[in-house]
Design a binder for this molecule. Structure first.
Ligand code: ZN
Ligand code: ZN
Length: 110
């Protein structure tokens, strides 16, 4: 904690243009290792960290979605995918399995 900010201070902000250099370089490093990553449903922006592949086979994009929106959008990431020619039929029997980001599931999506 504070390592990034301290680094900037030690190096001297005038030399490195302060924050800009430090954060450009280290933006990808989370400030806290155990910080909880909160994603949002792509459609309704409620906190959600369950990922799905878009049902549009030509998109197949990975997106976070809540169950309500998954149903109402037929498992698609956006409205244009819903009307795409090759959309997997959305079924509620669990065939379109959600998976969690952190635990790499062994049952792959086929
Ligand atoms: Zn939603
Ligand atoms: Zn899509």
């Amino acid at each position: 904690m504070g390592g990034v900010i301290q680094y900037g201070l030690e190096k001297g902000s005038n030399k490195w243009k302060g924050k800009l250099f430090v954060f450009d370089d280290r933006l990808v490093v989370p400030l806290s290792e155990d910080a909880e990553v909160i994603s949002q449903c792509k459609h309704c922006n409620t906190p959600n960290d369950v990922y799905y592949n878009c049902a549009n086979m030509d998109c197949n994009d990975l997106f976070t979605c809540c169950l309500d929106c998954l149903k109402s959008h037929k498992g698609c990431c956006c409205s244009s995918c819903e009307t795409a020619p090759r959309v997997r039929p959305y079924r509620e029997d669990g065939s379109s399995k959600p998976f969690r980001k952190m635990a790499h599931s062994c049952c792959s999506i086929s």
